[in-house]
Design a protein around this ligand. Sequence first.
Ligand code: ZN
Length: 320
Amino acid sequence: MRLLEARIRLESPAIITTRRTERGFVKPSESIPGSTLRGAIVTALLREGRVSSAEEESRKPTILASPAYPLHPGGRSLPATLFMWYCEKCREAVDLTRDLKESLLTGSEPEIRLTHACGEPLRPLYGSLIATKRLERVGVRSFRATSVAISKSRGSAVKGMLFDYEAVAEGTEFWALMLAPDALEEVKEMEIFVGRGASRGFGRARVTFSPAPLQSGEGGVFIALSPLTPLGEIEWGGCRVRLKRAFGRTLRTMAGWDYVRNAPRPFVSLVQRGSVVVAEVDGECGGLLSVGLPVRLEDFLLTGVNALIPVSSYYQLLGE
Ligand SMILES: [Zn+2]
């Protein structure tokens, strides 16, 4: 297995949403969930005959991906950690992630700062995306439009079927970490479709692969690049992760839609991306840790979660 960096460039607007509403898909997402990216790549590989069975790949994944985050002119964007804040008055970010590492390892409570040196209250950056050493906030360019649903059988508009959607603009670029079998080494570039409305031309993207730029960082304290399943122990493919402490905000969310079974996935509690985790790792983990260990939930396999990178690797990806 090889750890790759995938760069995704949208060649048409993409409808990537996190929440479905009655009127259509309105809540935009400024990242591509790891499971969505994995699905898009597997679909393209199936089409090219490089993966033989969708069912086999869904049962025993050989391709795994972290969430994809936007590329900023200054480099990759990453989820801000729980220990990052911003002072509106000084227009300055405060980052205690590295300072708190030692106290997290020794088991003491992290000291949370709520006011800046200037006296102004600090606003948490946790939950947003940041880039560069200055921790600049990053978003994606999106636009809102309304579309009419077309009946596939009649080829005409369906009465009462209007969709509001928010689409991420074409030209937007993302990066992600991906684990793939060695056999896919010759695949350097491919066309994929991300998000909704592929049949209407949405979400066409070009993805290129290169070796991941990660040097192996020291363990102990990790940053979650993706949502995290709050389980004491996670095991997958000979890699075992024991979570000793996790700092973050837990959200209850639907684990998406299972396309193979055509059924909704169950609701799960996940810790929001950017959480800070103290963990013991052993076994054959390699790149598996940075794309995230999948978790079996009842009959479903949850991917695109638990992507953990050492603190030093986090800053390396940020371009320091
Ligand atoms: Zn200030």
